[in-house]
Structures are given as structure tokens and as C-alpha cells.
Write a protein that binds this ligand. Structure first.
Ligand SMILES: [Zn+2]
Ligand SMILES: [Zn+2]
Length: 443
């Protein structure tokens, strides 16, 4: 309920605290508007099309929140939000901490070259999806951040599963973040949690750690050497299993990498419970491999960046030495990259000449505007990768994998240096470079 209603056709605010709605120049205003609303309702006109919106908190927040009217038996006039999340906006004032999170998400996303906005309403048929902060990521990815902090009340947000499912169905990956342990334990969406911090800390650019909700998958063989019990309850089944292990991640990396699609949500069933959390895209692919065939170890993916894959064969030991674990931040150096929403035109100018599509010696000046050094390094890394894929012998593969890692590290370092020196967006530059080397014809 709210006390101030905005009439979209008459373009006036109606104050329900006042008998004349604050408009003594229009006698009988309530009766007219109320009867009209009832008539719309009787004719099946959706609330969203009935001219009445919240004119208070929601409007102040830049949100169009549809309302309808009702008259209680005691004669009390009420305006009711159609949607629960609009109603919640009134009971839970947006705290400074909440705003600090919204601003941080937007800042990180923008620095990474992604577009973002707060309090976004996405029209879906006759209703909407309300998103705290929406980040437009790579390849059409849309990440819908919902921040639920301590102030939100012990019982927590309602209908999270329904809201998350609706977002997913409409192309928005929900990303719910909280500072409360009890919310973070829920399985209704893939919650992430940070410690309860004051707004001025959240607003800073320093490390903000996500302490739960991100996991690394450990793939292991269910034999007598295994440390984990067989999840299927059989003593030792001889198949392969995955075990999720908690892993910290920096909040900024989470924002960047969910937008880039290298951190993705998964569902993981244990017994009758579906757990939801975030993993790297590589882990998710391996998990899908495992689900389709658990008689063999899912191959370590041959990802675009070797940092996504563990250099070691998965082990059955519950804890890996730190140096052997895949480093979540490795392919996104934490070093600051100057903000730029898009590379300059000269860097992105498409090339249509089919002659450039031919593989072979690269001309001195690349039509893409990318320096030869980068092209050559990317080419070398891709070649090393290709060779790796063609090897069968275990030892040869190990050796070649090292060659590939080194080549890939070299190109990544060069990309970082070049992006920084030119003030380019690193992510876009890397993407463009791969495109130039791997699909020159599409440029
Ligand atoms: Zn409202
Ligand atoms: Zn087993």
C-alpha cells in the first residue's frame, strides 16, 4: 500500500491521506477514479494498463509500479501495489550499503567495458522483471544483480525461486548477493555472500571478498584411494564424481566474470536437495561431461585461457595445495585497466577484404589495427593448443600443455600491457585479437 498515487492520464498525484485527494478543485475525484478502476477490473484490464501507479517511493526510485484501488469495510481507501517487490520497496528503505553495492557493481562493469543500470524494469509480456542492477555482459549475457542485506528482515525476501526462474526464462541470469549467512544457505537461487560491511567500505575500490556461493569442482575417481565417500552410497562404484569445494572470489571479479560468461551458475543435486552456486565455465562444462558419461574422467577442457583449467589431473584428495588449484583471478589480472566503454573506432574498424581471410604470413600492418606482436603471440598460443589436441601420448601431452600454457601466458601479458598503454578495454581487446586470429574471415 502506498498513500500517494500517480494518475498517468490526468497527470496528477492523488494523496489518499486526504479526503479530497489533495485536489479540492475536483470534487468527487475519488468516486470517479475508484469507479473507473472497478470498471477496468470488471473488464479484465490489467492493472498495469489502468492509469494508476505508485507516486511515492517507487516513483522516487524511478520505477513505474502499477497500483489498483480498494475500499475497506471501514471506509478506508487504499492503493495497492500489483507487484510484491514494489511493496517491499516501501518497507525496506534502500540502505547506504545497498546503494554502495549498486554503485560498485556499475563501476566494475563499466570499467570492464560493460553497460549497466540500476532499478531496471524489463517488460515481459504483461508484467515486468524488476532488477536491482542489470549488467549487459558479453554475447548478450544479462546479469541481474539483487542485493539483499541485513536490513531486509530475518524472514528474507519471498518468492526468490519464482523471481529467479522468471528472470532466467527471460534471458537474465539472476545474481543474488547478501551479507546474511541464513540467506546464503538457502538453495532457492545461487546466493553469494560477503561479510557485513559498512557502506563506506563497500564503496571503496579495495578487495571485497565473496565468502560463499562460488565453488571449484573437484573431479575424482571412486576407488579405494578416494577420500570422499561415494555419493551414490555404494562402497566404491568405480565411476567418477564431482565434489564442489568452497572457494573465495573477489566481488569485483565475480561481477566481471559473470558478465564475461566465465563464471556461470550450476545446479548440483545431493540427495533430494538441489544446490545452486557459481563455478567457472570450465567446471560447468566438465560437470556436463561427467553427467553424460561418468565412467571416465571428464577431459580437462581446452579453454581459451589455460588459467581456467587445473594444470594437474583432478585428484581425489579433499584439499589441493594452493599452488595447484586453478586461480580464479589469474586470467583477469587485478591490475587496474583504464575505463573505456569501447575501443576507439580505429581499433574496431571491420575489414572486409577477403584477402585477409587467408591464413599465412601476416602483413606488417594488420588491417585490424592490432599490432603484429599480439597477432603472432596469439597465433603461437593457438598453434600450441592445436598441437596439444592432436597428441595422444600422456607425457607428450604434458610437455605440450606446458608449451601451450607459456604461450598463452605470454599473449595474455602482452594484451594486458597493450590495453593499458592505449587505455583500451582489456576484455574487448582480447576478444578482438582472438577473432582476428581465429576467424579472420568474419572481421
Ligand atoms: Zn510504491
Ligand atoms: Zn562412487
Amino acid at each position: 500500500m502506498a498513500n500517494i498515487v500517480w494518475h498517468t492520464k490526468l497527470r496528477i498525484h492523488l494523496d489518499l491521506n486526504k479526503d479530497d485527494l489533495g485536489h479540492e478543485e475536483h470534487p468527487g475525484l475519488w468516486d470517479m477514479i475508484y469507479r473507473m478502476d472497478k470498471m477496468y477490473a470488471a473488464r479484465g484490464v490489467p492493472v498495469a494498463e489502468r492509469d494508476l501507479q505508485c507516486g511515492g517511493v517507487c516513483q522516487d526510485a524511478g520505477v513505474q509500479a502499477p497500483m489498483y484501488l480498494r475500499l475497506r469495510a471501514n471506509g478506508r481507501r487504499e492503493a495497492v501495489h500489483e507487484r510484491r517487490e514494489d511493496e517491499e520497496r516501501h518497507t525496506v528503505p534502500v540502505s547506504d550499503e545497498h546503494k554502495a553495492y549498486q554503485e560498485r557493481i556499475l563501476r566494475v562493469a563499466t570499467d570492464e567495458g560493460f553497460h549497466g543500470d540500476s532499478e531496471v524494469r524489463t517488460r515481459v509480456g504483461r508484467s515486468w522483471i524488476q532488477t536491482d542492477t542489470l549488467v549487459e555482459g558479453a554475447d548478450g549475457l544479462r546479469i541481474g544483480w539483487e542485493v539483499q542485506l541485513s536490513s531486509a528482515g530475518a524472514e528474507g525476501p519471498r518468492s526468490v525461486r519464482a523471481r529467479a526462474a522468471k528472470a532466467e526464462k527471460n534471458g537474465i541470469t539472476p545474481a543474488w548477493h547478501t551479507d546474511r549467512a541464513d540467506y546464503a544457505r538457502r538453495n532457492d537461487t545461487h546466493w553469494t555472500r560477503s561479510d557485513n560491511l559498512p557502506a563506506y567500505v563497500i564503496a571503496k575500490t579495495g578487495d571485497l571478498r565473496v565468502v560463499s556461493g562460488f565453488r571449484a569442482l573437484d573431479f575424482w575417481h571412486c576407488d579405494i584411494h578416494a577420500v570422499y565417500p561415494c555419493p551414490d552410497g555404494v562402497r566404491r562404484c568405480g565411476r567418477f564424481h564431482a565434489t564442489p569445494k568452497p572457494r573465495d572470489v573477489l566481488f569485483d571479479d565475480l561481477v566481471r566474470r559473470t558478465a564475461a560468461g566465465t563464471i556461470v551458475p550450476v545446479q548440483f543435486r545431493v540427495g533430494g536437495t538441489t544446490h545452486r552456486f557459481w563455478v567457472t565455465d570450465t567446471d560447468r562444462e566438465r560437470l556436463e561431461d561427467l553427467r553424460s558419461d561418468d565412467t571416465q574422467l571428464p577431459p580437462a577442457q581446452e579453454p581459451d585461457t589455460p588459467a581456467h583449467a587445473s594444470r594437474n589431473r583432478p585428484t581425489c584428495k579433499p584439499s589441493l595445495p594452493a599452488s595447484n588449484t586453478p586461480d580464479i583471478g589469474q586470467d583477469y589480472p587485478v591490475t587496474h585497466v583504464p575505463a573505456q566503454s569501447a575501443p576507439p573506432v580505429a581499433e574496431t574498424a571491420p575489414v572486409h577484404s577477403p584477402a585477409d581471410a587467408q591464413p599465412g604470413p601476416h602483413p606488417t600492418l594488420r588491417p585490424t589495427g592490432l599490432p603484429d606482436e599480439l597477432i603472432a603471440l596469439q597465433q603461437a598460443a593457438d598453434d600450441a593448443h592445436l598441437q596439444l589436441q592432436q597428441l595422444d601420448d600422456h607425457e607428450e601431452r604434458d610437455q605440450q600443455r606446458r608449451v601451450w600454457f607459456e604461450a598463452a601466458e605470454a599473449v595474455q601479458a602482452a594484451v594486458t600491457r597493450y590495453a593499458r598503454s592505449r587505455g583500451l578495454n582489456r576484455y574487448e581487446l582480447e576478444k578482438q585479437l582472438r577473432q582476428a586470429v581465429r576467424h579472420p574471415a568474419e572481421l
